[in-house]
Design a protein. Structure first.
Length: 158
């Protein structure tokens, strides 16, 4: 998958003195910058994005960037290969974060790290279902092909 530098600039700190080229691992792309940290991300054919930002300083983030902003107050359902993953309520499970390219949902770090990231390497698909502001129900299906390799690359470069 190809990602624009604007996307990575959004999820990475802007003060990197040296930035490596993005590397593709299956359906995932990883990017590391010496001063800023690393990010890995994937995108669906219809434009949903899932990204992990892991700066050298500050909070790691799992961010879902939907094609339509998520209706405030609604629940997000995450499944892995169709198996229950997490039901995320607003505030304690996800929160809206504004990004330069779109409004995104940051998944609570405790849920991302303890429930999702530990199971993702052994799965083939992550699905995120949500209700958009229009009331339309969306389901983003993202391949996990290459996620483990992208995760290993990021881990080795931090």
């Amino acid at each position: 998958m190809r990602f624009t530098s604007v996307f990575f600039a959004t999820v990475m700190a802007a003060s990197a003195s040296y930035a490596a080229e993005p590397l593709s691992f299956g359906d995932w792309t990883a990017f590391c910058a010496d001063d800023a940290g690393c990010a890995l991300a994937t995108v669906t054919t219809d434009g949903h994005r899932l990204a992990f930002s892991e700066p050298n300083r500050g909070e790691d983030r799992m961010v879902f960037i939907p094609v339509e902003p998520i209706r405030r107050g609604s629940t997000i359902t995450v499944t892995l290969d169709g198996l229950p993953g997490a039901e995320l309520g607003p505030g304690d499970g996800w929160r809206i974060v504004d990004m330069s390219i779109n409004t995104a949902a940051q998944i609570a770090p405790s849920i991302a790290e303890n429930e999702l990231m530990v199971r993702m390497p052994s799965r083939t698909m992550i699905e995120i279902a949500y209700t958009g502001e229009s009331g339309k129900r969306h389901k983003a299906e993202m391949s996990l092909k290459g996620y483990s390799s992208a995760r290993a690359y990021v881990t080795s470069n931090q």
